[in-house]
Design a protein around this ligand. Structure first.
Ligand code: UT7
Length: 324
C-alpha cells in the first residue's frame, strides 16, 4: 500500500473587529505599554463584540479556508476544532460550525488542550487521514479567551486576545505532514487553570469565578524548557535537521519564549512568524492565525518546511513538522 500523507491545501482566519491597544489598557489597570511590550512583545489584541462567540469566529475562519481551498463543506468527512472556550457546554462548537457550514453528516468534535488545541487537532486529523478513514478534513483553532479574563488583574488581562484560524487537510501521496508530537502532564494543573465548571460548581466571584489563574514566571520557565526538547523530538521523528526547517510558526504567547525556541533551532528571527504583537495570546487560535498570516502575506511558499509548536494549560504541548 502506498503511504498516505495529509497535506494542508488552504488556510483561513478570522479576527473580531474591535482592537484594544496596550495604551487602552493603561486606563483600566496599573500597567504600561512599555511593560507589556518589553515583557511579552504584545502591542494590541482583538476582542470579541458582545454576543460574538467562538463559533462565529470559527465559522468565518472555516469559510475563508474552504473558499481558498475550493472545497465545498459537503465534501468534508471530518471537522476537528481546538478550543477551551466553547460557545455552550454541548453540543460541541465543531457541531455548531458543521451545521452552519452545511457539512452535516461528517464526524465533528472539539479538542480541549488549552493553547495546544489547534496542534492537537491537527495531529488527530493527520491520523484520520493516514489511516484512510478521512479524505478531506477541516481543522480549526478558535477562542474567545478574553471572556475568561478578570479585567482587574493586570497579571493576566494584558496577555490575551480572541481569534480563529483554520486549515483544510487533504489525503495525498506527497508529504504533507511528516510528524506530529502530542504530550501532556496534568501534574502542572495549579500553574495555569480556570477553577470552576459544571462538575465542581461555580462561586460568588465576579463572572461566577470563570477566570484564568496563572503563575506566569513558573509557566514561562517550563514552557522554554519543554519546547526546547519538543523541537528536538519532532526533528528526530521526521528524520530532519534544524537547517531543513524554512519557517518556525510558534504559539504566540510571549516573544521571549519564541526567541528562545528560535535560538535552540539556530534560526534567525527572520525565519520565525511573529503575530503576538498584533493578536496577543489567542490560545488555540494563535498557531493557525499565524499560519494564515504567513501564507496570505506570501512569506510561506509551497514546498517549504514548517515547524508548528504550542504549549498551554494542562500542561499540554504539541508540534507538527510539515511540508506546505
Ligand atoms: O499560552 C499559555 C502559556 N502561557 C505562557 O506561556 C505565559 C508565560 N509567562 C509569561 O509570558 C510571563 O511570565 C509574563 C508575561 C506573564 C510575566 O512576565 P515576567 O517577566 O515573568 O514578570 P513577573 O510575573 O515576574 O512580574 C514582574 C513584575 C512584578 O512586580 P514585582 O513583584 O517585581 O514588583 C509584577 O507585579 O511585574 C509586575 N507586573 C506588571 N507590571 C505592569 C505583572 N503584570 C504587570 C503588568 N503591568 N501588566
Amino acid at each position: 500500500m502506498p503511504q498516505i500523507y495529509s497535506r494542508i491545501i488552504a488556510t483561513g482566519s478570522a479576527l473580531p473587529e474591535r482592537v484594544v491597544t496596550n495604551v487602552d489598557l493603561e486606563k483600566i489597570v496599573d500597567t504600561s505599554d512599555e511593560w507589556i511590550h518589553s515583557r511579552t512583545g504584545i502591542r494590541q489584541r482583538h476582542i470579541a463584540a458582545d454576543g460574538e462567540t467562538t463559533g462565529d469566529l470559527a465559522f468565518r475562519a472555516a469559510q475563508s479556508a474552504l473558499e481558498a481551498a475550493g472545497v465545498k463543506a459537503s465534501e468534508l468527512d471530518l471537522i476537528v476544532l481546538g478550543t477551551t472556550t466553547p460557545d455552550i457546554i454541548f453540543p460541541s462548537t465543531a457541531c455548531l460550525v458543521q451545521h452552519r457550514l452545511g457539512a452535516n453528516g461528517c464526524a465533528a468534535f472539539d479538542v480541549n488542550a488549552a493553547c495546544s488545541g489547534f496542534v492537537y487537532a491537527l495531529g488527530i486529523a493527520d491520523k484520520f487521514i493516514r489511516s484512510g478513514q478521512s479524505k478531506k478534513v477541516l481543522v480549526i483553532g478558535a477562542e474567545t479567551l478574553t471572556r475568561m479574563v478578570d479585567w482587574s488583574d493586570r497579571q493576566t488581562c494584558v496577555l490575551f486576545g480572541d481569534g480563529a484560524g483554520a486549515v483544510v487537510l487533504e489525503a495525498s501521496s506527497e508529504p504533507g505532514i511528516y510528524a506530529t508530537c502530542l504530550h501532556a502532564d496534568g501534574g502542572f494543573k495549579e500553574l495555569l487553570y480556570n477553577p470552576v465548571g459544571v462538575s465542581v460548581g461555580f462561586n460568588d466571584e465576579p463572572n461566577h469565578g470563570v477566570r484564568i489563574h496563572m503563575s506566569g514566571r513558573e509557566v514561562f520557565k517550563v514552557a522554554v524548557k519543554t519546547l526546547d526538547s519538543l523541537v528536538g523530538e519532532t526533528l528526530e521523528a521526521a528524520g530532519m535537521v534544524e537547517s531543513q526547517i524554512d519557517w518556525l510558526i510558534p504559539h504566540q504567547a510571549n516573544l521571549r519564549i519564541i526567541e528562545a525556541t528560535a535560538k535552540r533551532l539556530n534560526m534567525s528571527m527572520e525565519r520565525v512568524i511573529v503575530t503576538v504583537d498584533k493578536h496577543a495570546n489567542t490560545s488555540s487560535g494563535s498557531v493557525p492565525l499565524a499560519l494564515d498570516y504567513a501564507v496570505r502575506s506570501g512569506k510561506v511558499q509551497r514546498g517549504q518546511n514548517l515547524l508548528l509548536e504550542a504549549f498551554g494549560g494542562g500542561f499540554t504541548w504539541a508540534s507538527a513538522l510539515l511540508r506546505y
